[in-house]
Design a protein around this ligand. Structure first.
Ligand SMILES: *[C@@H]1O[C@H](CO)[C@@H](O)[C@H](O)[C@H]1NC(C)=O
Ligand SMILES: *[C@@H]1O[C@H](CO)[C@@H](O)[C@H](O)[C@H]1NC(C)=O
Ligand SMILES: *[C@@H]1O[C@H](CO)[C@@H](O)[C@H](O)[C@H]1NC(C)=O
Ligand SMILES: *[C@@H]1O[C@H](CO)[C@@H](O)[C@H](O)[C@H]1NC(C)=O
Ligand SMILES: *[C@@H]1O[C@H](CO)[C@@H](O)[C@H](O)[C@H]1NC(C)=O
Ligand SMILES: *[C@@H]1O[C@H](CO)[C@@H](O)[C@H](O)[C@H]1NC(C)=O
Ligand SMILES: *[C@@H]1O[C@H](CO)[C@@H](O)[C@H](O)[C@H]1NC(C)=O
Ligand SMILES: *[C@@H]1O[C@H](CO)[C@@H](O)[C@H](O)[C@H]1NC(C)=O
Ligand SMILES: *[C@@H]1O[C@H](CO)[C@@H](O)[C@H](O)[C@H]1NC(C)=O
Ligand SMILES: *[C@@H]1O[C@H](CO)[C@@H](O)[C@H](O)[C@H]1NC(C)=O
Ligand SMILES: *[C@@H]1O[C@H](CO)[C@@H](O)[C@H](O)[C@H]1NC(C)=O
Ligand SMILES: *[C@@H]1O[C@H](CO)[C@@H](O)[C@H](O)[C@H]1NC(C)=O
Length: 499
């Protein structure tokens, strides 16, 4: 199915006027709400739903229309941050530089290990708590900082501080590598400590205007303690790890995973599959992303721990399109709850909506092309239209490289999920290659290594078209649609108030 971008008229103010009669129309979007929605050309939502979309306007309607419900959009950067915090360049000079260094993967080449190094250089201004609380209130919907529980306030302050950072352009980044990683048995898919490889590397490019760096570097085969060395990629099946430290800061520590050419890699999304986000209920999604401590979804930690222990040398790669600014919270949660592994997040230059919709495919292409002989297990859920499009497309575009696609059917366990999703990409794929599942237990006892990824006893109904409650063939439940519509009106009126 081909897609076109359709900008729904900005008539949100009609809806806002109902909820908040004094509202003045303003075109600036809420910082966490996606701008223009994407509608498929032959998409025919029910009349009721269509009027709902039109009535909500471009700022909020994309939650419904694109199925890419992104709360975290259009975060302030650079001068906007300085202005919001009331700081100038002189004030920033005294602030130490921080580095977000994402755990990364290396492939084996004729010239040795080739490691991706990616992240962001920034400064974290020391804003007062009052200022942070004031800024945090902007992100909250239907509540405010002083009404939150203390642990929620802490979380909201943390996220707000993480968002109000000033990215540092044109910086050189030097990374120190050390082979002293402590590896927990079975926690990380058979990862072993490299026996050599300590070295310092300055990246070949300065950071981009957004403070980002993302490049591959060649690791030298240096000798470690007791004459040890890194193993060649074609001499081992194990994943070796090295510690990375960025020069001049304590904030840029990460792990590098040296991943052999063959074997299995799982690429896992995080929201609504590894943690409860409820991205499909905007108000809940915002609270779960912004104020509540992250909580695992069902017994996914047990499933992943088991896969880590039972699938030989399983490489875990977490790929979320959440923006870089909030990545630390995601990493912190993942590494406490799930097996260790490399990480991808949305770089800052992918911030407009069309780029947002391409970022997942861009990052998937990068890892598939880095490991042309590995087999991939792709994990996600039905509420991300980019997942629904990209995952089956990877199976077609990289024949033989996709072992399994697992998609949590969020509709099955949550009545409040009204998002439409498109299963047409799965037409023509072997049923053994994919499964739409309802609860985490349905992932037990599958033969992933043998390529039997579908459990016939699991109830799934794939029509190769638009599916979902309130869209496509099933009639919307009026009461649910009404509560859904109300949550948008709340959203619209709140962001109007803050303008
Ligand atoms: C392992 O890889 C290196 C570098 O690509 C190559 O020189 C060597 O011949 C390979 N060894 C085997 C056993 O394939
Ligand atoms: C940050 O600001 C607070 C006052 O808002 C001050 O007490 C504290 O010393 C400052 N910290 C640093 C590291 O500058
Ligand atoms: C927010 O919390 C994360 C995870 O605990 C932590 O790594 C990060 O440093 C915190 N960020 C700020 C700005 O305090
Ligand atoms: C970064 O390193 C390059 C090469 O050493 C040098 O030419 C450039 O001036 C450096 N940039 C900064 C901002 O220090
Ligand atoms: C890396 O640089 C640090 C100083 O920045 C130095 O102490 C260390 O010995 C260097 N390591 C190697 C392996 O060259
Ligand atoms: C490094 O060199 C040692 C000794 O020559 C060799 O055994 C080992 O395979 C090499 N490792 C890599 C990663 O090239
Ligand atoms: C980063 O690593 C350095 C060197 O081992 C250590 O001193 C520092 O505490 C680490 N920082 C964090 C945030 O783990
Ligand atoms: C973003 O930057 C990366 C390099 O860091 C580049 O490969 C990519 O094409 C850029 N994407 C966009 C949308 O500008
Ligand atoms: C290693 O990864 C790089 C970067 O993605 C890719 O260009 C190259 O083809 C890969 N090499 C091999 C041998 O797979
Ligand atoms: C984990 O594996 C064991 C044995 O391999 C099995 O008995 C158990 O049911 C598995 N648990 C899950 C959650 O898959
Ligand atoms: C998802 O679950 C819902 C509710 O059980 C069901 O109607 C729908 O057909 C399922 N979708 C798929 C793709 O299996
Ligand atoms: C599967 O879903 C379609 C479309 O929602 C529906 O018409 C059909 O009755 C469903 N089939 C089963 C067996 O549930």
């Amino acid at each position: 199915m081909s897609f076109i971008r359709t900008v729904v008229p900005l008539s949100v103010w009609a809806a806002v006027a109902l909820a908040a009669p004094a509202a003045e129309p303003e075109a600036t979007p809420h910082p966490m709400v996606t701008a223009a929605p994407v509608l498929p050309r032959d998409f025919k939502p029910d009349t009721y739903v269509k009027s709902l979309i039109d009535g909500l306007g471009s700022d909020v309607s994309s939650y419904v229309a694109s199925g890419v419900p992104q709360f975290f959009q259009d975060f302030p950067t650079g001068d906007k941050v300085k202005k919001s915090l009331g700081i100038d360049d002189d004030g920033l000079k005294a602030v130490p530089t921080s580095v977000l260094n994402l755990p990364s993967y290396a492939n084996w080449t004729d010239e040795g290990w080739n490691l991706r190094v990616h992240g962001n250089v920034y400064k974290l201004p020391n804003a007062s708590q009052d200022k942070i609380d004031e800024l945090a209130n902007v992100f909250l919907i239907g509540t405010e900082m002083k009404k939150l529980a203390p642990n929620e306030q802490d979380q909201a302050r943390n996220v707000t501080r993480s968002i109000y950072v000033v990215q540092q352009a044109h910086e050189n980044v030097t990374v120190h590598f050390e082979n002293d990683v402590s590896v927990e048995p079975d926690a990380s898919g058979g990862v072993i400590n490299a026996k050599g490889g300590a070295q310092n590397i300055t990246l070949p490019y300065e950071t981009t205007v957004e403070g980002d760096f993302d490049t591959f570097v060649k690791l030298k085969n240096t000798t470690g303690a007791n004459g040890g060395h890194m193993l060649a990629g074609n001499a081992t099946k194990s994943i070796q790890s090295l510690n990375m430290y960025v020069d001049g800061t304590m904030s840029g520590n990460a792990t590098a995973y040296l991943v052999p050419p063959t074997g299995f890699t799982i690429i896992s999304d995080i929201d609504d599959i590894l943690r409860i986000t409820k991205i499909y209920v905007p108000k809940e999604g915002l609270l779960n992303s912004f104020a509540r401590p992250f909580t695992p979804w069902m017994n996914m930690p047990e499933i992943y721990a088991n896969w880590s222990a039972s699938i030989p040398d399983f490489h875990f790669h977490y790929l979320t399109t959440t923006p870089e600014q909030v990545t630390r919270n995601y990493m912190d949660f993942i590494y406490k709850t799930y097996p260790l592994g490399s990480f991808d997040t949305r770089p800052l230059n992918f911030s407009d909506v069309s780029a947002t919709l391409q970022i997942r495919r861009f990052l998937l292409d990068k890892i598939f092309q880095t490991f042309p002989q590995r087999k991939f297990i792709l994990m996600g859920d039905t509420t991300n239209s980019d997942v629904m499009k990209a995952y089956p497309a990877m199976a077609k575009d990289y024949p033989g490289q996709v072992q399994c696609i697992f998609l949590r059917n969020t509709t099955a366990t949550d009545d409040t999920d009204l998002f439409p999703y498109d299963t047409s990409g799965f037409e023509g794929l072997d049923q053994k290659q994919y499964m739409f599942f309802n609860v985490a237990d349905e992932l037990k006892n599958l033969d992933i290594v043998g390529g039997n990824c579908y459990n016939p006893s699991v109830k799934q109904n794939v029509t190769f078209g638009f599916q979902g409650r309130g869209f496509g063939n099933s009639a919307p439940k009026q009461s649910l649609m009404t509560s859904y519509a109300l949550s948008f009106v709340v959203l619209a009126s709140v962001f109007n108030m803050m303008l």
